[in-house]
Design a protein around this ligand. Structure first.
Ligand code: HAM
Length: 444
């Protein structure tokens, strides 16, 4: 006998029943609208890609988390997409000469990572990506970060709920150089900094030593990772804290000044512990975190000026970020920014709820009326039950938050329908032939 069919979805994946789907659409709506308002166009790519797309540039962190597979009888290796940036780089590289520039794209795809499922981390999640390609200066960072901030504001979060934490790989590289790290080992030094919380101090020291850092440099390295400064900090302050020169700190200071002038300064802090696990970042790096530091990162991104070239395209500067739906969903729930499970306010609100009191005329009219109202652009629901207890059926109309209820009852004999404006609490009789126009005339 075969095993019973599983009732639970695979570990680390989710079922979206209507209330969960409504929350997902609510978050996606804020993402989509902020992207469009900032001038980004929506794109998407395939759910799976050639495995090599990820083994080339994403870094070990992602490669170890791939769901990879080979078609039965096939010879090509594929992987479910763990992130969107390689797909985007491939798409840009393939049409770089014909795409209007700068390229401003956003996407809201599903991603898959074979991580150990835990709070804030799943194996299947939605990730909003916002990327700006073709702009070298810090205005590109300002545009993508503003897009993230506006979306979070529209979801009801403020700068006291979440913080944008900024660092800069160029500035940290200068500090690492000053500590004795060899240029060819910089990528290893970043990877070490990124994984510092996942290893014992002795292992951290041993690895730092292997990169060319002595014992005292290792202590400094750990200190750099703990350095947090105000976004208003001068080049001298940053240089003093990191042990690099003020000239090295200048690109970060320029970015900070732009963010302040764009009115985003009060959302941002400098945090040199932000390194980013992905190997392709070349300049600014940033993450969005819950203000007290609880939870995993809400979003992460940065500048990746060499990636498109490495996919066979021209040399093009690029910056962007990804924001997952899982952590922001937890945060919105914790801060009371989402309705409770039995509250249906995020579900689409019907314009009209049709109730039939059960006569043969009513039963015949109901589908015709529903069809003509839907053709007129109204959101119409109706009961499938027939009972003379109209009050009970009306409670369904109230539960789904319909604006109007139309009761096909005894008045039909006079060619009239009882109309309840559920918002205004008024009731009147209207001729059947006028129903659609009368409902359309009430502002939504
Ligand atoms: P990432 O830091 O790997 O960056 O992911 C960005 C965000 O996606 C994270 O901050 C988190 O909210 C969410 N996320 C990642 N993994 C999971 C997971 N297993 N479960 C739930 N949420 C998750 C990137 O992916 C870059 N490609 C972002 C980027 C776009 N950089 C430039 N453009």
């Amino acid at each position: 006998m075969s095993a019973p069919a599983p009732r639970q979805p695979p570990k680390g994946t989710r079922d979206f029943y209507p209330p969960e789907m409504a929350v997902r659409r609510h978050i996606e709506k804020a993402w989509r609208e902020s992207s469009i308002d900032h001038g980004f166009d929506e794109i998407d790519g395939p759910t799976f890609e050639h495995l090599a797309l990820y083994t080339v540039k994403s870094g070990d962190g992602i490669i170890n988390e791939l769901f990879s597979f080979r078609r039965a009888g096939g010879e090509d290796d594929y992987a479910l997409r763990p992130e969107f940036t390689p797909t985007l780089a491939r798409m840009v590289a393939a049409r770089a000469s014909s795409l209007p520039q700068p390229i401003k794209w956003f996407a809201i795809p599903t991603h898959f990572r074979a991580e150990r499922p835990q709070r804030g981390r799943l194996r299947e999640f939605i990730q909003w990506n916002v990327d700006l390609i073709g702009v070298e200066g810090p205005q590109a960072e300002v545009d993508v970060l503003s897009t993230a901030v506006v979306a979070m504001e529209r979801l009801g979060l403020s700068h006291s709920d979440v913080r944008v934490k900024l660092s800069h790989r160029g500035v940290v590289a200068a500090a690492l150089h000053a500590l004795g790290a060899q240029t060819e080992r910089l990528a290893d030094a970043f990877a070490l900094l990124d994984r510092r919380d996942k290893m014992e101090p002795s292992e951290f020291d041993a690895r730092a030593l292997a990169i060319g850092l002595g014992a005292s440099a290792t202590t400094r390295l750990a200190m750099i990772a703990r350095t947090q400064l105000s976004i208003e900090s001068s080049a001298d302050t940053i240089a003093g804290a990191l042990g690099c020169s003020p000239t090295d700190a200048q690109p970060l200071v320029e970015l900070n000044q732009r963010l302040i002038s764009a009115g985003l300064g009060h959302w941002c802090d400098l945090d040199f512990g932000i390194v980013r696990g992905l190997a392709y970042y070349t300049g600014s790096v940033f993450e969005v975190h819950e203000a007290s530091g609880a939870e995993r990162a809400i979003a992460g991104g940065g500048r990746y000026d060499k990636l498109i070239e490495s996919f066979g395209g021209p040399s093009m500067p690029a910056v962007g970020f990804g924001m997952g739906d899982v952590v922001i969903g937890l945060l919105l729930r914790d801060r009371g920014k989402l309705p409770s499970d039995d509250d249906l306010t995020l579900l689409p609100r019907p314009d009209v709820f049709l109730v039939s009191a059960g006569s043969p005329e009513a039963e015949q009219l109901l589908p015709q009326l529903a069809a003509s109202m839907r053709r007129a652009g109204l959101h119409v629901r109706h009961t499938y039950k027939t009972t003379r207890n109209v009050g009970k059926l009306l409670s369904e109309a109230v539960k789904c938050r319909a604006r109007h209820a139309l009761i096909l009852g005894g008045e039909l004999e006079q060619g009239m329908i009882a109309w309840k404006d559920l918002g205004a609490g008024t009731q009147s009789l209207i001729p059947v032939g006028e129903v659609v126009a009368r409902i359309l005339a009430v502002p939504r």
